[in-house]
Structure formats: structure tokens, C-alpha cells
Design a protein. Structure first.
Length: 407
């Protein structure tokens, strides 16, 4: 039972009237336990405590993205974090009875832990971790790809705390033939079919064993917000965020690549070799996305800003490169003809985004665009225009641009 329903069932008519802001007419005729329509309507902004400028892309399931200027914080607060749900958010979450089972072909013996055990038996670690939906930027692909039309705001970098997945797997004991782990969450399939998972993805065992791969129970020092996986979440920064399972109650250690829902077929895969836009690609020619590509976002000022001639404009933003670090960020004010360097900070830890900033002088009045371009530690740069088209519209890491008017 969700909190609201629980509240209503126990509420007196006076409490209901107070919540409605008026008397309940014909209160004596309302069936016992009935939920007034006014309480059924869900405002996602209130429900998930999101900033009013967040953009709702879908309500079944809930999908909401940030706008670039909302992502200006160095550590993303919950109120500005995108939501990507594949199914229905679990109701009736009871922390005191929540358990996590570790199973699969490659565990010596299946083992179940209570949430309390996970919190007390294992050392707590905290990392700031970049989570970007593989479909971020999908809206720009042509021919278009089906799915949520994310623009630029399906990325976050919050501070996550919990135990290392590695410590958990060491405690369970895993076999030498382990190649992959997979997660199962308690969210339910949109069809209502209890035998179908909305999503069950995972990561290679090497990624699972990284120090930064967490089974998190806190985000930004608080219990994880409901929409982001309360009370327990896998967090594998640098990989498509779909690998970071929310509401998890089971981890499987596999002796083959995990074949859960959205691991197979074309989901979260791109053509192993580039294809022409609109091409049909067979499943055999699609490869699983692992580390996300280098990318950057200008978070200040908001696109469309107007400044006075002669004034310098400060710009700032973040850059990330999946499992790699970012070596430099440049900007251009002449549509990419020339580039100047920005100052770039080190990441607070591996797999966290890095902050860049600079001061820009504009030569005269007029309309400008500021473009930002990052380069990863291996020298790979963001493309200026849309990168390789792919059937599902993943991995658009083209340069972010903002419009500026100098008057
Ligand atoms: N159990 C579960 N985990 C999930 C999902 C989901 O629908 N169910 N969505 C995945 C996808 S596709 C993304 S992009 C991220 C989104 O995380 P967020 O909503 O906390 O931003 O969660 C991932 N983990
Ligand atoms: Mo995603």
C-alpha cells in the first residue's frame, strides 16, 4: 500500500477534509476505504520533489529529464536528477523486511542479506558517480529512433554511498567461471504481468569488481529517493545508467553474459561497425554498450542569455568520458572554426564528471553560439555533429551548444 493510501485508510473525515481544503459533501455516502479522485491524480513534480523546470517526457512509465542549466551543481541534487523508469515504481516498500539475494550459476552458494546486514556488516564507501542514460540525446537522430526523446538532460552525478559490490561478492564466494553479473529490481512490468521484468541488466565481472561499483543505500547523504531506487540500488558509474539497477532485491553471478530483459536483441546495443542512417541491422551485428563516450554540457549560462557588449561572459559546465577521465575541454564561438581551452578540474574521484569554466570575450555585438568540446584521456574528442546513427538512438555525444546575444 502506498503511503498516501495508508494515510487515507487511517484518516478521519476531518483529516481528509483538511487535506482537500474543504468539507467532504455526502461524506456519509463515501464507501469505506474509497480513495477520492483528488488523491489519485499524481503530480510527478510533487510526488518526486522535482524542480518545476524539469521536463516530463512520459507518465507511463515515469520519465523526466533536466535542462542543461538545471545541472549547474557540481553534485546533482535529487530535485534535478532525471528519472528513467521502464516499469512501475514498486509500492509498499518496507525497509525493515527488504533483502538482497546473491544467486546465479557462478556463486558457490546462494546467500540472502537483510538491508540491515548490508549496512552494518560491510564497510561503507562513498563516490560521486556519473550516470547517463544511453539514450540521452536521442531526439536528434534522423531518421528518428523510438523511445523517450531525451535531449541533453538524462545525466546526473550524485554522491552515492553503500557497500562495494566486490565486498559482497567476496563474502558470498564466486567461482572462477563468473563472467557477468545481473540485477533484478522490485519494479513491475507495465502490463501488470508478474512474470515479466521491466528490465534486468548487468555488467561484466571486471566492472562489478571495481572499487567504485556500489550497492548503494544512500544518495547525497540521505536514503535514496523513491524514484531513484529506494532502498537499494546498484551503481556502476561510467556505464549506461541502465546497468545501475534500482530497487534491487537480487544479484545473479553468471557464467555467461547476463540474458535478462533488455540485455538481448537490440536493447542498449549499437552496431558493432558503423552503418548508414536508417539501415536495418541484424541482432548478431549489434554489440553491448559498455563505457559511455566522452561528452560535455554547458550548464551556465542558460541558452539564450543576453550580455552587454564589452562584458566578459563566464561559462561553466561538466565533462565526462565513461570509464575514462577527461583531458581537456575547449570552446568555440565561431561555429567550430577555432577553439580555445577552458580550465578543467580533476574529478572528485574516478567515474565522476569534471567541471570546466572559462571567461569569454566577444569581439562585437551580435548572435553567437558557444560550443563546448571535450577530449578523453586517450585523445578521443566529441564530434561536432551527430555521431554514428544507430537503430535505437544511443550514444549521441555531439557538442553541446548554447545561444548568446551580445547587445
Ligand atoms: N529496476 C530498474 N532499474 C533501472 C531502471 C528501471 O526501469 N528499473 N531504469 C534504468 C535506466 S534505463 C536508467 S537510464 C537509470 C535511470 O536512473 P534514475 O532514474 O535514477 O536517473 O536506471 C536504470 N535502472
Ligand atoms: Mo536508460
Amino acid at each position: 500500500m502506498n503511503q498516501r493510501r495508508k494515510f487515507l485508510k487511517n484518516a478521519s473525515l476531518a483529516t481528509i477534509a483538511a487535506a482537500l481544503g474543504t468539507e467532504l459533501a455526502f461524506a456519509e455516502s463515501m464507501p469505506f476505504g474509497y480513495m477520492p479522485v483528488a488523491f489519485q491524480e499524481q503530480d510527478p513534480y510533487k510526488l518526486f520533489s522535482k524542480e518545476p523546470e524539469m521536463v516530463l517526457l512520459n507518465d507511463r512509465p515515469w520519465n523526466m529529464e533536466a535542462q542543461a542549466h538545471l545541472l549547474d551543481d557540481e553534485i546533482t541534487p535529487a530535485s534535478k536528477m532525471f528519472i528513467r523508469c521502464n516499469g512501475k515504481i514498486p509500492a509498499d516498500i518496507d525497509e525493515s523486511s527488504w533483502t538482497l539475494t546473491v544467486a546465479g550459476e557462478s556463486v558457490s552458494q546462494e546467500k540472502t542479506y537483510t538491508l540491515q546486514e548490508l549496512k552494518t556488516k560491510f564497510k561503507k564507501h562513498s563516490y560521486q558517480l556519473t550516470l547517463e542514460c544511453a539514450g540521452n540525446g536521442r531526439s536528434e537522430f534522423d531518421p528518428p529512433a523510438k523511445g523517450n526523446q531525451w535531449t541533453i538532460g538524462a545525466v546526473s552525478c550524485a554522491n552515492w554511498s553503500g557497500l562495494r559490490l566486490k565486498d559482497l561478492l567476496d563474502d558470498v564466494g564466486i567461482e572462477d567461471n563468473a563472467v557477468y553479473i545481473g540485477y533484478y529490481g522490485k519494479d513491475t512490468h507495465l502490463s501488470g504481468d508478474p512474470n515479466k521484468d521491466p528490465i534486468s541488466r548487468g555488467v561484466p565481472i571486471e566492472k562489478a569488481m571495481l572499487e567504485e561499483t556500489l550497492i548503494a543505500y544512500e544518495m547525497n547523504g540521505e536514503p535514496i529517493p523513491l524514484a531513484h531506487g529506494y532502498p537499494l540500488r546498484l551503481v556502476a558509474g561510467g556505464y549506461p545508467a541502465s546497468a545501475s539497477g534500482k530497487w534491487i532485491d537480487k544479484i545473479v553471478v553468471r557464467d555467461q553474459v547476463h540474458d535478462g530483459t533488455k540485455m538481448t536483441g537490440q536493447a542498449y546495443r549499437v552496431p558493432c561497425d558503423p552503418v548508414a542512417p536508417g539501415a536495418e541491422v541484424s541482432n548478431d551485428d549489434m554489440c553491448i554498450i559498455e563505457s559511455m563516450p566522452v561528452k560535455s554540457i554547458i550548464t551556465y549560462p542558460k541558452s539564450g542569455a543576453i550580455i552587454k557588449e564589452g562584458r566578459e561572459l563566464e561559462i561553466r559546465g561538466h565533462a565526462w568520458a565513461g570509464e575514462l577521465s577527461v583531458q581537456s575541454v575547449e570552446y568555440s564561438i565561431d561555429f567550430g572554426s577555432t577553439w580555445q581551452s577552458c580550465s578543467l578540474k580533476e574529478a572528485s574521484n574516478r567515474l565522476a564528471w569534471q567541471h570546466f569554466s572559462t571567461q569569454i570575450k566577444f569581439p562585437r555585438t551580435g548572435y553567437y553560439e558557444v560550443w563546448a568540446r571535450a577530449k578523453d584521456q586517450n585523445g578521443k574528442q566529441q564530434p561536432m555533429i551527430l555521431p554514428g546513427w544507430n537503430p535505437k538512438g544511443y550514444l549521441n555525444n555531439a557538442c553541446h551548444r548554447i545561444a548568446i546575444k551580445v547587445v
